[in-house]
Design a protein around this ligand. Structure first.
Ligand SMILES: Cc1ncc(COP(=O)(O)O)c(C=O)c1O
Length: 450
């Protein structure tokens, strides 16, 4: 329950945890001090006043104050009042620290996030202004749960042109990140009696968690230099054919064909398909069997994960159910962001942005290759994408050595499916550091390597 009273002229909101009891009040006061809602030296209301404000017995408040004085959170002078103590204790009853998605590391080569300083702010703002000025009011309503039509049209054109995807705007679903799209597809597969979904032996743990949370069993298939072994796929599979995550290999053309010929429903996670350097683009596998492949793209690598914008090109038989599953989940992407992306793509800004950052990432990749070449280490997965796989003799040791220098590295074992150990390697996300920190980040990597 949220209560408030006035102290020193300002309102203080107090969360009374659980019952309106002495313990609940103690917890609320400790929390207010910890959050610095009540700062050292702040005077508390009298026990009578607080009891009145909160509708508690005066004794309850007096006892809670007494307890907190004994613990060192508050101080009191007889007859003069109660204050927040200058130094508050570390309490054994302290709440665990809030879970944060981001910790502060100065140098970071873990994969998954592109250089956020390259986000095309000016072009994005221009697209937002143009799109919003032109949008009819209706577009600000609830709209089509598949996504704003202008974006689905722009994506269908773009995906056909750049990735060879065979689709129409009607079959596109704009999701809040691939994570949401995967979640909705898994829900539908489960509802349609699919029991097991096969994932690659290495992949993003989050995706495995989403699959399991939807009640599907996970089977895993090996990954070698030609990509995933497709000969043991069951009813459904999640694959990263263009650039296996995180080993970086691409799926052999024969295997692509065999995967779809088996009748497996493949979710093709094309998370960084636009980034290719040394070889002609490997087109989307979806074109081989648009009715058996769910193509998935995302703005998380090409623009920024914070946008939470991704897209599925769905087989016709899945569109309605997948969209409904996501709609019932209740967190579809906002229309203004979608309109902006539609304008961004249609105006050519997306293509220009990709060309620009691709060149930057390619240079970084070359620097990385040179750096590790000097150490005689093998690096693979460099033809495309935003990360590479660096084979090392002792993964854990290097991760620790890097950490000692303030550099975060992720070992391949972090991505291995349960029961798979894998070879020792580091997944180097060379796209992540901002440009101005790149030299120092690479210097730290050099120092951490054997
Ligand atoms: C393998 C893989 N697929 C997809 C994504 C994109 O996920 P989302 O669109 O949910 O940000 C990522 C992001 O890290 C990824 O590593």
């Amino acid at each position: 329950m949220r209560e408030s009273w006035a102290t020193s002229g300002s309102d203080l909101h107090l969360e009374l945890a659980g019952q309106r009891s002495k313990t609940g009040l103690e917890q609320a006061l400790r929390a207010a001090v910890r959050r610095e809602q009540l700062t050292a030296g702040a005077r508390l209301p009298s026990s009578r006043q607080l009891a009145e404000d909160l509708g508690l017995a005066r004794n309850t408040v007096a006892e809670a104050y007494g307890q907190l004085i004994a613990e060192g959170w508050l101080t009191a002078r007889h007859g003069a009042g109660t204050w927040v103590a200058e130094r508050t204790p570390v309490s054994v009853t302290a709440e665990p620290p809030a879970r944060t998605a981001h910790s502060t590391v100065d140098y970071d080569l873990s994969p998954g996030v592109p250089d956020l300083s390259l986000f095309p702010r000016a072009a994005w703002l221009a697209a937002a202004r143009k799109a919003l000025s032109a949008a009819p009011n209706d577009l600000l309503g609830y709209g089509d749960p598949r996504g704003v039509e202008a974006l689905r049209v722009a994506l269908a054109e773009y995906l056909g042109r750049v990735r060879g995807v065979v689709t129409t705007p009607e079959r596109i679903f704009v999701s809040a990140g691939f994570a949401q799209g995967l979640d909705a597809v898994c829900q539908v597969l489960r509802d349609r009696s699919t029991q097991t979904l096969t994932t690659e032996a290495y992949g993003l743990p989050l995706h495995r968690s989403i699959i399991s949370a939807r009640g599907l069993q996970i089977a895993t298939t090996d990954v070698d230099a030609d990509g995933a072994d497709v000969d043991s796929l069951g009813d459904a599979a999640l694959l990263t054919p263009a650039h296996q995550f995180p080993t970086g290999v691409s799926l052999d053309p024969g295997r692509r064909r065999r995967a779809v010929e088996r009748g497996t429903l493949v979710i093709e996670d094309d998370y960084d398909g636009e980034f290719r350097y040394n070889r002609a683009a490997v087109g989307a596998m979806q074109a081989l069997a648009p009715e058996r492949v769910v193509y998935a793209g995302t703005a998380s690598k090409s623009l920024a994960p914070g946008l939470r914008l991704a897209w599925l090109a769905l087989p016709g038989h899945l569109v309605d159910d997948v969209v409904e599953a996501a709609r019932l989940g209740g967190r579809l992407p906002g229309a203004i962001e979608q309109l902006t992306l539609a304008e961004f793509i249609a105006s050519g800004s997306y293509d220009r942005h990709i060309r620009r950052v691709r060149l930057i990432y390619r240079r970084r990749r070359d620097q990385l290759v040179e750096l590790v070449g000097a150490r005689d280490l093998r690096i693979t997965g460099i033809a495309a994408g935003l990360h590479a796989l660096l084979e090392v003799p002792d993964e854990e040791r290097i991760v620790h050595r890097a950490a000692a220098q303030g550099l975060r590295l992720r070992g391949l074992r972090n991505y291995a499916a349960p029961g798979r150990t894998g070879r020792p390697a580091i997944v180097v996300g060379y796209a992540r550091p901002p440009q101005h920190r790149l030299a120092e980040t690479f210097a730290r990597l050099r120092a951490a390597l054997p």
